[in-house]
Every structure is written in structure tokens, then in C-alpha cells.
Design a protein around this ligand. Structure first.
Ligand code: COA
Ligand code: NAP
Length: 277
């Protein structure tokens, strides 16, 4: 049984004969997105910098799904690396139908603790990396009338503290989602984003929130799981979503809406009847 089980919701042959290329697919959220796509019939190539990690993840996913996942080492900041990864994908599988731009780097840093190079590094991985990989893949997506998911975040919706570098990068990615949707729509290529909220057992959550995420601060009263993002991925890449493009789907249980509300002091709440939720 695969770690991410979407088979109770979607048909298992949805993506038979299709090929996914996913950056950051060796760990966390993007590994779950990849595993779900392979569970539903796609073959996949996952890319990132650490080949040993990728290889282990590819073996485990192939075994769990009885599918085919291939690891290719590539740094998305380097155009020559992503072009090589695309060439290897075509050599191995002959086509690319789906692209996930998921590679990212992040850490908490206040304005004064963020060096010139730290800011540039995150912009280069997240924003330029998404452009680089998409540019290298586009001719194949046009040929297959394929689809892209850019992995975003909700940081820039509210001006999250210590997150200006990642927020700026993800805001840029959301802009690309819209520009690409408009420009590539006539070629048959759909482009959407997924903005996850806090997702349990991921590098992102442990770096940014540690154990601080309180389920009660999330309207649906739980922290997200990788499978929540995997389910949205399968839907957005499926025939069920052929009229959806240029959208960033927030998958966060209502988290960012709640965090935009002020934390009223008890003295104020005392004056509001029935204010305890
Ligand atoms: N706070 C402030 N600055 C930091 C930092 C932190 N926690 N971590 C790294 N930096 C700075 C470095 O000091 C360096 O700046 P400098 O040259 O002025 O000193 C700059 O960021 C680049 O760091 P470096 O380690 O050389 O970059 P890298 O390309 O090897 O790694 C990172 C990229 C920093 C984003 C690294 O954390 C990473 O590889 N992350 C991938 C996994 C991840 O972040 N997952 C969560 C996704 S939400
Ligand atoms: P993760 O496991 O650390 O995923 C990030 C991936 O990016 C890693 O596999 C990493 O692999 C790869 N990567 C980093 N730099 C790279 C580079 N230069 N070239 C190629 N690959 C690179 O973290 P995650 O928490 O699952 O995050 C996945 C995505 O979800 C990210 O886009 C993140 O911003 C987004 N997100 C996460 C959360 C959350 O709660 N976790 C919330 C909102 C958004 P290597 O180290 O091998 O390169």
C-alpha cells in the first residue's frame, strides 16, 4: 500500500501512459504529490540536488506503487542541469505531460539577519528555479497539451514575519502561474498553483513552525497532511479540471484566513457575548 492513498477517491488509471517531471520530488510534500500521480498510472522523474536521497525515495515509491520513478540529480538554479534532466526524461519515457515546480529553500530570518546572498539564494531556488525548469520543459508540455502545478504558499497573503524572502519568491511564482496560464492556454497547456498551509511531518513545517502550529488556530481544527496536497494534485491534473487554469488553490484548512484575524486580548473578548468559539 502506498503511503499516500488517493485510490478511494480517484480512478487508478487516470494517468496511464502519462509522464510527470517533479522538482523536489525526493522528500516531503512533492514526494507525496509524485507518489499519488504514480499510484494513478503516471511514470515519474524526480529531481533535486541530493542524488542518494532521490534514489532512495524513487526506489521506495516504485515499490509502494508498483510503478516507475526515476531519480535525476539537478540543481534548478542551473539551466544546464534542468536541460539535462528534461533530456533524460525524454530519453527514458519519450514525453512529459505534467510538471511540478516544488523545489524550494526556506528558513526563518528577520530583516537584519537576512544577508544579500540569503535573500538571493531563496529567490534563485524558488522563483528562478521554477522558471528554468518550465522553460526547459515547455516544448514537451506543448506537444502533450500538458499541465503545470507550481507549489506556492500563503506567506505573502498576510506579510508573515521573518518570511520576506520566501514570500517574495512565492508571490513571483503566483504571478508566473497567471502569466503562463494566459500565454500557454491557447497551446492547450494549463497552469495552476497549490498553496499548502502547515503540513505535518515536513521539512518546511519543522523549519518554520516547529511544534508551534496549534490545530485550534486552524478553522478545520487539524494540521494538514501530505495527502491533502496529493489529493488536490490529482484533481488539478485530471480531466475534471480542464476548465481551471491560472488559479492558486489554497489547501490549508482555512489557516491563513484565521491568522489574518487579530488575537483579541481577554479584556476585549470579555465584552463580546458568546465570543468563545
Ligand atoms: N538564517 C539566515 N541566513 C541563512 C540561513 C538562516 N537560517 N540559512 C542559510 N542562510 C544564508 C547563508 O548564511 C548564506 O548567506 P551568506 O553567504 O551571506 O552567509 C545564504 O543563506 C546561502 O546559504 P547556503 O547554505 O550557501 O545555500 P545553499 O544553496 O547551500 O542552501 C538553503 C539553500 C539555505 C535554502 C538551505 O537551507 C537548503 O538547502 N534548503 C532546502 C530544504 C528546505 O529549505 N526545505 C524547506 C522548504 S519550505
Ligand atoms: P522539503 O522536503 O525540504 O522539499 C524541498 C525540496 O526542494 C527538497 O526535496 C530539496 O531536495 C529540493 N531542493 C532544494 N533546493 C533545490 C535546488 N537548488 N535544486 C533542486 N532541488 C532543490 O520541504 P517541504 O516542506 O516538503 O516543501 C515542499 C514545497 O512545499 C516547497 O515548495 C515549500 O515552499 C512548499 N510549502 C511547504 C509547506 C509546509 O508546511 N511544509 C507550507 C507551504 C508551502 P535537495 O535538498 O535534494 O535538493
Amino acid at each position: 500500500m502506498a503511503a499516500v492513498d488517493t485510490t478511494k477517491i480517484f480512478r487508478t488509471d487516470l494517468f496511464n501512459g502519462k509522464v510527470l517531471l517533479c522538482s523536489g520530488g525526493g522528500s516531503g510534500i512533492c514526494r507525496g504529490m509524485t507518489e499519488a500521480m504514480v499510484t494513478h498510472g503516471a511514470k515519474a522523474v524526480i529531481i533535486s540536488r541530493n542524488f542518494e536521497k532521490l534514489q532512495k525515495a524513487a526506489e521506495e515509491m516504485s515499490k509502494a506503487t508498483n510503478g516507475e520513478v526515476i531519480p535525476v540529480q539537478a540543481d534548478v538554479r542551473k539551466p544546464e542541469d534542468v536541460e539535462r534532466a528534461v533530456a533524460k526524461t525524454i530519453e527514458k519515457f519519450g514525453r512529459i505531460d505534467f510538471l511540478i515546480n516544488g523545489a524550494a529553500g526556506n528558513f526563518l530570518a528577520p530583516f537584519d539577519g537576512l544577508s544579500y546572498n540569503a535573500f538571493r539564494t531563496v529567490i534563485e531556488i524558488d522563483l528562478l528555479g521554477s522558471f528554468n525548469l518550465t522553460k526547459a520543459t515547455m516544448q514537451h508540455l506543448r506537444a502533450s497539451k500538458g499541465s503545470i502545478i507550481n507549489v506556492s504558499a500563503t506567506l505573502h497573503y498576510t506579510g508573515t514575519i521573518f518570511q520576506q524572502h520566501a514570500g517574495a519568491a512565492k508571490a513571483g511564482i503566483d504571478a508566473l502561474t497567471k502569466h503562463w496560464a494566459v500565454e500557454l492556454g491557447p497551446s492547450g497547456v494549463r497552469v495552476n498553483g497549490i498553496a499548502p498551509g502547515p503540513i505535518a511531518a515536513t521539512e518546511g513545517l519543522s523549519r518554520l513552525a516547529g511544534d508551534l502550529t496549534d490545530p485550534q488556530q486552524i478553522p478545520v481544527q487539524r494540521v494538514g497532511e501530505v495527502k491533502d496536497i496529493a489529493q488536490a494534485t490529482v484533481f488539478l491534473f485530471s480531466e475534471g479540471a480542464t476548465f481551471i487554469t491560472g488559479q492558486v488553490v489554497v489547501v490549508d484548512g482555512g489557516h491563513y484566513l484565521q491568522t489574518s484575524n487579530p488575537a483579541y486580548p481577554d479584556s476585549v473578548l470579555a465584552s463580546v457575548p458568546d465570543s468563545k468559539l
